[in-house]
Design a protein around this ligand. Structure first.
Ligand code: GMT
Length: 380
């Protein structure tokens, strides 16, 4: 049994979900998990009583300091102090942080503050660390330092591992541990009644789920749907929220398809949205992994995605959907129509996606890899 501190961005998004689900799975396997962040992790319910989520899951809130002298709160320092405090009080064996910036930096500071033993720091890279450096080179030295100083480093795909090693010129060994899905929770059968609410006339339902950042290319989603909509009665379910949502709405109005576009906003239960979907659209500029594609596969929903980043490791083009070149809206619409017009093909692709999710990316297969990695790092 390990005592594990986990820090992530507790937002709705892949890395927050991965960290939360990993913590939940580890606690179910007998480990004690302490989440340390400014807000509770998504999907684990609200903290009850004195901060416990259950027998083995706890949440420690990092208070953001407000002081007249500081225009910006030194959150990474508050986080480091809280990490060291929790590690001391509950005798953590390790801190597992998601994202190098700033979480690995805070964890390494906490490690340095603890003098009586060697608190291990494991950093999982999700992608933004590398793109942050891409956007602003001044982050390179501190990102590289925090990766090299971590006791262990994992990346969520081979793509991200190779890119990090190459672009950040890292010497440290990086272990690739893929993201995972709870295939029992993401098993979306029998949603006919819910389908009728979204598509009362039996229209096909195309779905996009994201944080609507520019990297997601939500404009492409709306344009692909427009082309599909011209040929097949259909609805577009847009799940999530973010900076490009109003742009998407504007384009849908200009294209006169707004009546058939449903904006759900931020949604807790992604699985319910996938349960009513015929197809997932993920035309992103970049996905280091693309967790939502895996979640769709687990729900037997074929995926049309951009051929980018780690997506070719997650899905096999032609088997559980198609990978199409970034920005090829016509190509994506053609592939979407091909699947939506052929129920047999749609069913076969759905089944193959589910098979792959269960055989390669099931939570019960991946979580033990983290446990083994923790053990390796703790043994030094
Ligand atoms: O893509 C985002 O905007 C969110 C970001 C996150 O922090 O969740 O996603 C990254 O991590 C996910 C979980 O590992 C991956 O599935 C996403 O592909 C990755 N996003 C990018 O690489 C752009």
């Amino acid at each position: 049994m390990f005592r594990i501190g986990i820090t992530s961005y507790p937002t709705y998004g892949g890395s927050g979900v991965v960290a939360a689900e990993l913590g939940r799975a580890l606690s179910e396997r007998g480990h004690i998990v302490h989440f340390i962040s400014y807000a509770p992790p998504p999907g684990l319910g609200s903290p009850s009583g004195w901060g416990g989520f259950g027998d083995r899951i706890f949440f420690h809130e990092v208070e953001v300091l407000s002081y007249p002298l500081f225009e910006h709160s030194p959150y990474p320092l508050s986080l480091a102090v809280k990490m060291a405090e929790v590690a001391n009080y509950v005798k953590l064996d390790l801190l597992h942080v998601h994202y190098a910036i700033p979480h690995a930096v805070s964890a390494i500071l906490a490690k340095m503050m603890i003098k009586d033993r060697d608190l291990k720091v494991i950093t999982t890279l999700h992608g933004t660390d590398v793109t942050l450096v891409g956007n602003d080179r001044s982050f390179l030295p501190i990102t590289r330092w925090s990766i090299e100083e971590s006791d262990g480093v994992t990346a969520i795909s081979d793509y991200l591992k190779e890119r990090t090693l190459r672009e950040l010129v890292i010497e440290k060994e990086i272990e690739r541990i893929y993201n995972f899905v709870d295939t029992e929770k993401f098993n979306c059968e029998g949603a006919e009644e819910h389908r009728k609410k979204v598509a009362p006339k039996g229209e096909k339902i195309l779905t996009h789920i994201s944080n609507f950042r520019p990297v997601k290319r939500v404009e492409d989603v709306v344009r692909i749907f427009h082309l599909v909509h011209q040929k097949i009665p259909s609805k577009l379910l847009l799940v999530g929220d973010g900076p490009d949502r109003s742009k998407a709405e504007g384009i849908a109005r200009d294209l006169a398809i707004i009546e058939d576009v449903i904006f759900t906003g931020k949604e807790d239960s992604v699985q319910n949205c996938l349960a009513v979907s015929d197809l997932l659209l993920l035309p992103s500029e970049l996905e280091s992994f693309g967790l939502v594609a895996l979640e769709a596969m687990s729900c037997q929903v074929p995926v049309i995605a951009a051929n980018t980043g780690g997506l070719p490791e997650v899905m096999v083009s032609g088997e559980m959907g198609y990978l199409v070149e970034i920005g090829d809206v016509e190509g994506m619409a053609r592939r979407a129509l091909e699947i939506l017009a052929d129920d047999k093909k749609k069913k076969e692709m759905g089944e193959k996606g589910r098979e792959r999710a269960v055989s390669q990316f099931d939570m019960d297969k991946i979580v033990p890899l983290y446990e083994a990695y923790y053990e390796k790092i703790l043994k030094g």
